[in-house]
Design a protein around this ligand. Sequence first.
Ligand code: CO
Length: 130
Amino acid sequence: MRIDHVAIAVNNLEEAVKEYQDALGVKEVEFESVETEGVRVAILHLDNSRIELMEATRANSPIKKFLESRGEGLHHIALETEKIDGEVERMKDRGVRFLGDVRPGSRGTKITFIHPKSLHGVLAELCSHP
Ligand code: CO
């Protein structure tokens, strides 16, 4: 596995992007909306990984709920694996809990989320690229 990205929940995407770009010296940013998850994402490309800043696009977005209860900050880490279905099966055998089934993410990826209770308080996305 490798760390694919680190996702951070923010209140105002435009403001956050400017501050992150400025602080980290990152020039290129891509924007993307994932309507099924109710988020708009700004992707900052680093040498070996990405930082994704996320804002909620609707009131019932999971990110909105997160921001209301926890405030801005680290939302999840994403771990990339080549064979997501096999990996999920292996983990389930070991008692790892998941939030939902494997489903389509953005750009042809397949994703699911590992419950934070299984990783000592960290929400982790498991993803595989096509
Ligand atoms: Co993610």
